[in-house]
Design a protein around this ligand. Structure first.
Ligand SMILES: [Zn+2]
Length: 209
């Protein structure tokens, strides 16, 4: 916080209200020395009187901290930039998650096949406990990968209804029980209530990927 800037802003706002330091001090029930200290940037108003001070000076608390008038237009622009940044971050993380899921699937499936085959071979050679262990580990890995993949698909991005174009986040159970082709899942649209294969999309806005 720029104490000096805040001080100058208090002084400017006080003058705009046609108040002397003494008059402002009296309204707040403090000494004019305290007002002088704020205005020269030597101290900040106590939190307890900030609200009253802002009311008397006809400024917002956020403006007091900023040390300047904040125009409503800027607020809107600022909020929009913030929302856009958040959206971009969300999309980036959805893309990353879906990429991780793909890697998991492409790595685990060959490993799974190799483990099952070696398990079967080892069983055939008479080492049944080792063979069974290999197969069990393979099955557990596949189930674990499936669960992780399902969580990722539920969390990352949105599903799009081909009928009405609605993009939404389904419940975990809906994703769990839905038949799927690739990442498209057969689900009921919460908007138009039609069942169909809803494809995975990264962005909430239609017309974007
Ligand atoms: Zn729909």
């Amino acid at each position: 916080m720029d104490q000096e800037k805040i001080g100058k802003f208090i002084q400017q706002s006080r003058k705009e209200q046609g108040l002397t330091q003494a008059a402002l001090a009296e309204k707040l029930g403090i000494t004019d020395r305290a007002v002088s200290k704020w205005e020269t940037g030597h101290s900040l108003p106590d939190a307890a009187i900030m609200q009253d001070l802002c009311e008397i000076l006809h400024i917002e608390i956020s403006e007091l901290f900023a040390g300047e008038h904040i125009v409503m237009e800027n607020y809107k622009e600022y909020a929009e930039t913030l929302i856009l940044e958040m959206k971009q971050q969300e999309e980036e993380s959805a893309k990353r998650l879906l990429f991780i899921e793909k890697c998991l699937i492409y790595i685990i499936i060959p490993v799974y096949v190799v483990m099952i085959l070696s398990g079967a071979y080892v069983c055939n050679e008479g080492m049944i406990p080792i063979g069974c262990l290999l197969i069990a580990v393979a099955v557990i890995s596949v189930v674990a990968t499936g669960i992780i993949g399902l969580h990722i698909e539920h969390k990352a991005g949105y599903y799009e209804c081909p009928n009405c174009g609605e993009r939404y986040v389904p419940t975990y159970n809906a994703v769990l029980w839905a038949p799927h082709i690739g990442t498209a899942r057969k689900m009921r649209c919460p908007h138009c209530n039609q069942r169909g294969y809803h494809k995975k999309v990264i962005s909430k806005e239609r017309g974007e990927n």
